[in-house]
Design a protein around this ligand. Sequence first.
Ligand code: GLU
Length: 382
Amino acid sequence: MVRVRFAPSPTGPLHIGGARSALFNYLLAKKENGVFIVRSEDTDLERSSRESEQNILEALRWLNIQWDEGIEAGGENGPYRQTERLDIYKKYTDKLLANGHAYYCYCSEEELEEERQKLIAQGETPRYLGKCRNLTEEQRKEFESKGRKPVVRFRVPEGEKVHIPDRVRGDVVFDSDGIGDFIIVKSDGIPTYNFAVVIDDVTMGITHVIRGEEHLSNTPRQVLLYQALELPIPEFAHISLILNTEGRKMSKRDGDTAVIDYQKKGYLPEAVVNFIALMGWSPGGEEEFFTLEEMIEEFSLDRVSKSPAVFDLNKLNHIDAHYIKEADPERLTDLAIPYLEEAGVLTKGEISSEERAWVTHYVQAIINHLDCMAQVKDFVHY
Ligand code: GLU
């Protein structure tokens, strides 16, 4: 059975790119009668917050992307926040330490920095060269007696080609020699992303990992962990970066990147979700308007493109304008009222039934000019 997940780090609002990952996972799960899980990667203790987690969940709900298992939904594979799963990671860490795939490293920040600078000066990729790979018990005790707290590193095998089965990019191959023994557990006992994500995916029975292209370079580390633990490797699908219309990576300067910004401007969720789906996925054919049900029906990873997706606000406006024209007048009235209150046309909380009827009438009169509901304020002077 298909089991997929969306695993945001709750360090800020849900961005368009994150929403797209969530959506593609959701669509695949629904299409294949599988399970869609939402969990939280909250190991960055300083930047994570429950507030961000709530905001992300709210944004998913607004888009009507529902999950079957995970935070708030519950399920058999919980808990669904990484900070609540430390004992699970510990079990796997102990296993890797016992079979020699991992080891304790006592190198200090200064020593690591020195090694880094040396490699850079020699024109090599900075990486850990394995100084603590073969410490004796005595050497370890000596470090411990000096109060040094170790990290746990994964022993990367030498001279290996690491194959990543990727549904979007094909078979991607990395050379293990460029990787360097990486940290799997920090000195405070908190696992790193590459380790925790593998253990979560394994213990939750994840079959397909659909996420942003920015994680492709992490994936060889994850594949090596699967191999060391002798666990089945899921299929990956790394979806392309989202670029602005000038071909640069989409950033705040290109407009709003958080889903909630579009909610605030009165875009309709069915338009936003339709627009997001088309950034990287194309169903074939000319049709550009899809309900969630239609997307589920049509969705396939084979039609997810490997070329960059483009964020084109004009296209979103075009899609939203279409859904506004189709929407129920009463719903549009409800959406319009707060903007008209804000503009001082209506008095907050004191709307009579005549005024409401006027708003309905007014919205219908200007409907062909609206790209999003916030624009209702722009026409009141007529
Ligand atoms: N927490 C990661 C992110 O928000 C998710 C990585 C993954 O899906 O493996 O980008």
